[in-house]
Design a protein around this ligand. Structure first.
Ligand SMILES: [Zn+2]
Ligand SMILES: [Zn+2]
Length: 229
């Protein structure tokens, strides 16, 4: 595999960042990654494909949960490894549907439980994310507690106790992380949530379009001098 052209670094007050470790040409691709997990937001559910996020008039419905929808049999097949476990949870909570952040965190948990770390964890893992718990107001904390309870209820088909969660995983803290830094709308159709780790790209005060979303992937590129003007 090609060595990475960027490395991570931490700052005292501005969180984490990425910096180049080799000389770069303008337009050069530095890093590309799929998010650790993403999900279609409520407003776009049934309008865009759960896998590729593209809109289509007629979408195929998952015959099990009847919630997830896909543009093609190909997308449905590709989505199955990530959908398999949440499918049971979605089916069991019908006719209700969980808040977007709950469905998203469910997908994060299933991903973290996989034996092979995903490609997106090469630079940052979920455990590197800031939660900023000590900066939260009591109201916000109460909101997170409610979400944590909803999460446990939503996941009960697949996860009944803490031993079935990733090691040292705290649901309350995980929600703080998702809400603090892991939750962003994908640019292409503003309908999906993404956790990770490329939120760092989005969060930098970068106005040079060096980091952007393409489909469901984040792409980081060196900009040309003219774009910097
Ligand atoms: Zn699709
Ligand atoms: Zn399903």
């Amino acid at each position: 595999m090609e060595p990475l052209k960027v490395e991570k670094f931490a700052t005292a007050h501005r969180g984490n960042g990425l910096r180049a470790v080799v000389p770069l040409r303008p337009g050069e691709l530095l890093f590309r990654s799929d998010p650790l997990a993403y999900t279609v937001c409520k407003g776009s559910r049934g309008v865009v494909c759960d896998r590729c996020l593209l809109g289509k008039e007629k979408l195929m419905r998952c015959s099990q949960c009847r919630v997830a929808k896909y543009c093609s049999a190909k997308c449905q097949k590709k989505a199955w490894p990530d959908h398999k476990r949440e499918c049971k949870c979605l089916k069991s909570c019908k006719p209700r549907y969980p808040p977007d952040s709950v469905r998203l965190l469910g997908r994060v948990v299933f991903k973290l439980m996989e034996e092979i770390p995903s490609e997106s964890e090469k630079l940052y893992t979920f455990y590197d994310l800031e939660s900023n718990i000590n900066k939260l107001t009591e109201d916000k904390k109460e909101g997170l507690r409610q979400l944590a309870m909803t999460f446990q209820h939503f996941m009960r088909e697949e996860i009944q106790d803490a031993s079935q969660l990733p090691p040292s995983f705290d649901i309350f803290e995980a929600f703080a992380k998702v809400l603090c830094s892991g939750l962003i709308k994908l640019q292409n159709n503003s309908c999906s949530l993404s956790s990770f780790p490329l939120v760092y790209f989005e969060q930098t005060t970068c106005s040079h379009r060096c980091c952007e979303w393409k489909g469901s992937s984040a792409v980081c590129q060196k900009v040309s001098p003219s774009e910097m003007a």
